[in-house]
Design a protein around this ligand. Structure first.
Ligand SMILES: NC(=O)c1ccc[n+]([C@@H]2O[C@H](COP(=O)([O-])OP(=O)(O)OC[C@H]3O[C@@H](n4cnc5c(N)ncnc54)[C@H](OP(=O)(O)O)[C@@H]3O)[C@@H](O)[C@H]2O)c1
Length: 254
């Protein structure tokens, strides 16, 4: 059961939501865990520290580090902190995301920059900076995508970023495969996190969807866990859809 025993996982955006469930699952799988959030003075910082203590309670090593991943130098410092505290990095889960919810034609320049910097540039910075550690470990990269990568929602400009990152995941699998690094993605369906509170106001009919079509953070975490297993060694550059079949019934309506 403990396939990550002795290994170290960094889950970006694990101060809350899906990222926290992924970090918890990887700790249950045996990993020491780097809990990460954006802002040490933000509303979720205290929760990140509580979560770190929970992971320590499993007998795993855990630290919380904060970094705004849109800042390449901050990403470099984060990876430096991981190296100092843990000495290695085996699993990098690219989960952090932040986006405006409005039509692309209504995006201010600052919205567009936030969208691209947080959801495209930041994960690329993370891989660039973590590469020396991942190479030594022969590690895994798992990107967290969403159904917006393949289905249009007018108020969800994050979708095109997710599509680009699923493509980038294939790129990484090819570029980094020779260094022993696997890269895959999980495309999650609808998950009731903080982001969902905004989404439900903008998406007519969302609240009418049957409860069984909502994915839990733990289900997303389970797929991430699988992708880090030796059993998944043949899966490279792929995006696994974990949506409880929501996308299969796209023409049926709620
Ligand atoms: N919720 C859904 O229905 C759903 C569905 C499919 C896929 N996903 C994907 O799953 C992932 C997690 O979603 P979620 O709903 O759990 O998100 P969430 O609750 O909004 O949490 C976002 C996380 O990302 C961090 N973050 C945001 N911008 C950052 C930045 N510039 N630098 C560093 N960290 C940053 C946040 O840190 P702070 O706490 O410090 O702000 C937080 O930890 C995202 O990639 C999302 O697109 C979500």
């Amino acid at each position: 059961m403990s396939h990550l025993e002795g290994k170290v996982a960094l889950v970006t955006g694990s101060s809350r939501g899906i990222g926290q469930a992924i970090a918890r699952r990887l700790a249950e799988d045996g990993a020491d865990v780097v809990v990460h959030g954006r802002n040490p003075k933000g509303p979720t910082a205290a929760g990140a520290e509580v979560f770190r203590d929970e992971v320590r309670g499993f007998g795993r090593k855990a630290e919380v580090f904060f970094a705004d991943l849109t800042d390449k130098d901050a990403v470099g410092r984060l990876v430096g902190e991981v190296e100092t505290a843990f000495g290695r990095l085996d699993v990098l889960v690219l989960n952090a995301a932040r986006a405006p919810f409005k039509e692309t034609t209504r995006l201010f320049e600052r919205d567009l920059r936030m969208l691209v910097e947080t959801n495209f540039m930041a994960p690329v910075f993370c891989v660039q900076k973590a590469l020396p550690l991942l190479e030594v470990a022969g590690g895994d990269i798992v990107f967290i995508s969403s159904l917006g990568s393949r289905f249009m929602n007018p108020q969800y400009p994050l979708g095109p970023m997710k599509a680009a990152m699923e493509s980038m995941t294939r790129q990484w699998a090819e570029e980094l495969g020779p260094q022993g690094i696997r890269a895959n993605a999980v495309c999650a369906g609808l998950v009731k996190t903080d982001a969902y509170k905004t989404l439900r106001r903008l998406w007519p009919g969302l609240e009418q969807l049957p409860e069984e079509l909502f994915v839990t953070p733990e289900e997303v975490a389970g797929v991430v866990s699988f992708l880090t297993r030796p059993d998944a060694s043949a899966i490279r550059g792929q995006t696994i859809v974990a949506d409880r079949g929501l996308s299969n019934r796209i023409l049926r309506g709620p």
